[in-house]
Write a new protein. Structure first.
Length: 118
């Protein structure tokens, strides 16, 4: 099991930037994909971005491509999500996720609220 602690949410205005962080503990992450999902009120949880721990290959949902950047810090077992040009529709609870490549086991962070409003 991977313990995930996500943080960094807050209230910002449209066009602002925000950075989320997720620190993992409990497992070696070499065979994992780390990612971020989000869930807005009344909507299903959706994938935002992901990165392979080995190789650092990023993946993005179309609706954040060009605005969000996912990165990792191997030494700190931490994944970052830099969010720029935020829009009101980006408002959601953002969850960190880890998935083991072979077993498909998933673990989740507790979630952090991001609110974009003027």
């Amino acid at each position: 099991q991977v313990q995930l602690a996500d943080s960094g949410g807050g209230l910002v205005q449209p066009g602002d930037s925000l950075s989320l962080s997720c620190t993992a503990a409990g497992r070696s992450l070499g065979a994992y994909v780390m990612g971020w999902f989000r869930q807005a009120p009344g909507k299903e949880r959706e994938g935002v971005a992901a990165i392979t721990w080995t190789g650092g290959v990023p993946f993005y949902a179309n609706f954040v491509r060009g605005r969000f950047t996912i990165s990792k810090d191997d030494d700190k077992s931490t994944v970052h999500l830099q969010m720029n040009s935020l829009k009101p529709e980006d408002t959601a609870v953002y969850y960190c996720n880890s998935q083991q490549i072979f077993s498909r086991r998933e673990d989740w962070g507790q979630g952090t609220q991001v609110t974009v409003s003027s």
